[in-house]
Design a protein around this ligand. Structure first.
Ligand code: DQA
Length: 147
């Protein structure tokens, strides 16, 4: 059965490739989007993609998942560590999601080691650079397939 996975990206991820490349690598978000959509095609999964720098827009994007997406791949970036509003939106829609991060948030500053979202996720992929998206997407597609 064809599935729809929505990929949601939070603040500053539009700067990937130029932003702190030692931490986040040199791959741009557009390149990650291209690779993820290509993988989606081979898996027969529909993939939609958004990036926003605004917390409210991320909340609305999550609210809009209801009835539209079977699952979501979410890199909430800094909102991961701070946003009760993003957490509440995920609790409200109850769409299965995988949390992804390019860097290993557990190996970074103490304030990044806490995720407001992780306990609600099907799983978390963190620390594999751009590959975190591929791994998370494949794992989520397989999870949705098995349900
Ligand atoms: C990030 C990790 C966050 O701590 C940070 O605020 C980001 C990116 C990552 O993908 O490694 O913007 O989510």
């Amino acid at each position: 059965m064809s599935r729809h996975i929505a990929v949601l990206n939070g603040p500053n991820l539009n700067l990937l490739g130029e932003r702190e490349p030692d931490i986040y690598g040199r791959t741009s978000l557009a390149e990650i989007e291209r690779a993820t959509k290509e993988r989606a095609r081979t898996l027969g999964v529909e993939c939609t993609w958004i990036q926003t720098n605004h917390e409210g827009e991320l909340v609305e994007a999550i609210q809009n998942l209801k009835g539209r997406a079977d699952g979501a791949l979410i890199n909430a970036a800094a909102f991961t560590h701070t946003s009760l509003a993003v957490r509440d939106a995920l609790l409200a829609v109850r769409v299965p999601f995988v949390e992804v991060h390019l860097s290993n948030i557990f190996a970074r500053e103490p304030e990044r080691r806490r995720s407001m979202l992780a306990d609600l996720a099907v799983g978390v992929v963190t620390g594999f650079g751009a590959d975190s998206y591929r791994l998370g997407f494949e794992a989520l597609a397989r999870y949705l397939e098995s349900r």
